[in-house]
Design a binder for this molecule. Structure first.
Ligand code: NAD
Length: 470
């Protein structure tokens, strides 16, 4: 059992007075913590605390805010082993990957600490001097998913703080413990009320997005929930950043050296057991190399050691929760029924735990659920094409637009193809690489706004123009 069940509101540990719920270890299906959701009154308390803290936090000098963010990074480093262990137990990923997640959380905190808002002068003429002032927004609510729970919480909280906002965080009820611990650690450094955390699911989520005293919601999660937040926020006209679902296509150009790209394709399709927003979710391969690619990926799949993430030999953990596990099984069965060929995997384990092996399915195309829907799990459909234009058309024939990639040695051709893809980021000979200095966000149903870099930081600010006449 992990004994971290208290929310933190105005620096005070509090047990939720709402519905009880259990946190499950996906590798064993054991209950590892019993928690309670917040009541709406407790959410109101958290928002009121954040609003009070805002009046001083917004005035805190820039240099001091930077220093405090670095101090938080120091504390996270001191607690790195503990945080990684919590992540493995509630999220399921192998320990080495959880350690990478904690390392990235520290790195992102330090990078964000050093980010500055550039000065902007619109006009400096004989008649006027017009400049941009970027002010914090007030109380920012962060709502996070269960796949990279710590890293995504950091992605939300750190730029909000850097820009002078205060925060109410609401983690996924499936993986709340690392965020509860994170906020405790943050509160060792920051004044009370600057960062608060509440537990809850849709009810608290709805109350957050309707709350009059919350000025922005930064949300990472599924598209239907993002749409709900958008409509709930209409009355208060909140600022929103919505990082939503994806169904990323990767196109392997003809004559690509399959041996050279297969491992990188495998690793980015199955990153975090495929539970990554910008993982490769559809792989388009030229008909002349279709079989070769299937074999190369199946070979890599066979090298994975599936098991409990706490076992050092494990390279492939369970799916995080029963619902996602059922969806993956269902999509594979549906593909099988519709003529899909299971090159490897395709059978769920009968042992306890939500284990599903890395699965590659060929002989599928648009119209099969595995291709059309976001699987968000360890199964990759391989789709054959004969003309590059056809591959681009198929890649774009999707309601999502998060990431995409083009693979091949002809970099000019790859770039031409990349420019035709309808998505927020296109990688060439890579996929799923997100970096703290490079903006990341989706188009179409994958979201609104960006995170990271200066563009990401500006989303936590309100532009005010000062127009001085001379
Ligand atoms: P989800 O939408 O089910 O839940 C996300 C969060 O929203 C959770 O904290 C949940 O409690 C909360 N929530 C539920 N109902 C709510 C409501 N009515 N109002 C406000 N909040 C509510 O998503 P998930 O299953 O946790 O995450 C998987 C999804 O997240 C996938 O679609 C994945 O692609 C997406 N994702 C996107 C990115 C990105 O950067 N674009 C990153 C990671 C995950």
């Amino acid at each position: 059992m992990i004994n971290i069940k208290t929310m933190l509101i105005d620096g005070m540990p509090l047990i939720g007075t709402g519905e009880p719920f259990s946190v499950i270890n996906p590798a064993t299906e054991d209950i590892i913590c019993q928690c309670n959701m917040a009541s709406t009154e407790q959410l109101d308390q958290a928002v009121a605390a954040a609003k009070r803290a805002y009046s001083t936090w917004r005035q805190t000098p820039d240099a001091e805010r930077k220093r405090l963010l670095h101090e938080i990074a120091d504390h996270l480093e001191q607690h790195a082993d503990e945080l990684a262990s919590i992540i493995v137990q509630e999220q399921g990923k192998p320990l080495a990957l959880a350690q990478i997640e904690v390392g990235a959380a520290v790195g992102w905190t330090r990078y964000t600490a050093e980010l500055d808002i550039p000065e902007q002068v619109f006009e400096n003429s004989d008649t006027r001097y017009t400049t941009a002032h970027r002010k914090p927004l007030g109380v920012v609510a962060s709502i996070t998913p269960w796949n990279w729970p710590l890293m995504i919480a950091i992605w939300h909280i750190m730029p909000a703080l850097r820009a002078g906002n205060t925060v109410v965080s609401k983690p996924s009820g499936l993986t709340p413990l690392n965020t509860l611990r994170l906020v405790q650690i943050i509160n060792e450094v920051l004044p009370k009320g600057v960062v608060n955390v509440v537990l809850g699911e849709a009810d608290i989520g709805n109350a957050i997005s309707r709350h009059i005293d919350i000025n922005k919601v930064i949300f990472t999660g599924s598209t239907p929930t993002g749409q709900r937040i958008l409509s709930n926020s209409a009355n208060t006209l909140k600022r929103l950043t919505l990082e939503l679902g994806g169904n990323d296509a990767a196109i392997v150009l003809p004559d690509t050296d399959i041996n050279q790209v297969a491992e990188s394709i495998f690793n980015t399709a199955f990153l975090n057991m495929g539970q990554t927003c910008a993982a490769i979710k559809r792989l388009y391969v030229h008909e002349s190399q279709y079989e070769e690619m299937g074999k190369a990926l199946a070979d890599l799949a066979s090298q994975q050691v599936v098991g409990n993430g706490l076992n050092p030999a494990t390279t492939f953990g369970p799916v995080q929760n029963a619902r996602q596990y059922r969806l993956v099984s269902e999509l594979v069965e549906d593909a099988r029924r519709n003529g899909g060929h299971i090159i490897c995997g395709g059978e769920a384990s009968s042992e306890p735990g939500y284990f599903y092996p890395p699965t590659i399915v060929s002989n599928v195309s648009k119209g099969v659920r595995l291709v059309d829907e976001e699987q968000f799990g360890p199964v990759l459909p391989l789709i054959s094409y004969s003309e590059i234009d056809e591959a681009v058309r198929m890649a774009n024939s999707c309601e999502y637009g998060l990431g995409g990639s083009v693979w091949g040695s002809d970099l000019e051709l790859a770039e031409m193809v990349a420019c035709q893809l309808e998505c927020g980021t296109v990688w060439i000979n890579k996929h799923a690489e997100v970096l703290p200095h490079i903006p990341f966000g989706g188009c179409k149903l994958s979201g609104v706004g960006v995170e990271f870099g200066v563009e990401g930081l500006l989303e936590y600010t309100q532009l005010q123009v000062i127009n001085r006449h001379k």
